[in-house]
Design a protein around this ligand. Sequence first.
Ligand SMILES: Cc1ncc(COP(=O)(O)O)c(C=O)c1O
Length: 287
Amino acid sequence: MDKWVFLNGQFVSSEQAHVSIYDHGFLYGDGAFEGIRAYNSKAFKLFEHIDRLYNSLKALGIEMPYGRKQFIANVEQLLEMNAVTNGYVRVTVTRGIALGLDPKNIKGDPTVVISSDRLSLYPKSMYENGLEVVTVATRMANPQVLEPRIKSLGKYLCNIQAKLEANQVGAGEGLMLTEDGYVAECTGDNIFFMKNGVVYTPSAHLGILEGITRLTAINLLTEMGVKVIEGTFSRFDLYTADESFLTGTAAEVIPMVKLDARLIGDGKPGPITKKLMEAFHGYIASL
Ligand SMILES: Cc1ncc(COP(=O)(O)O)c(C=O)c1O
């Protein structure tokens, strides 16, 4: 057997974990998900991820058949069953099964999947030398249309389009702007920059995902005595910054040293970024 998967209340082998072709997630992207990291056999910020998932589902009007506590226990059990020490947990919940978009035709429970996988990470050299990023033409989904606090399956079509664009020019990440052209976030990461000792990051109201790693970075920087200001910024602010970095569950904290062929600062990971990376690793090790 390959590994265990939690599917609709049962632990089954991954070979037996099949989802209907009429699943609303498959047909319409009608569902929500979380990507969670495991360090030293423990899921990192598990409560926060499950809380975000349940809030996404509540807003979508999808009723989970399990309470949060039980669901957290299911994630922990899967990690144990698959002997995951350092890896990735993917939780996907869709509205359920019915052909046609009308949710009232869905009779059964939502489809609930928890799986664990190996992580595909940026190469070590990118943490040492920094990432090159390009601004992509695909805008972040308008928050008036798709609520950004719902980590919905469907919203990620924009991010996939944006990632395609970044891949086409060999960039490590794609920077997405708001409809008005302000800096929003990357395809799977939040963005920060430092100017004159102060760290800045786009405000949540712009429609970014309020990343769990973003909040961890803000807290660690604050503990380090570095002021963090949330606001509305243009690419000019990034081009003229002293340092920049991205945060995300998979990437953790990674320096961004080039944007649209402009070096950020001296084009090397900056001292505050390096200090934050160290603090982040220390924080994980302390858990
Ligand atoms: C669009 C987007 N922004 C930011 C993030 C970072 O969020 P987190 O730190 O919760 O992984 C992610 C990752 O899930 C993402 O998909």
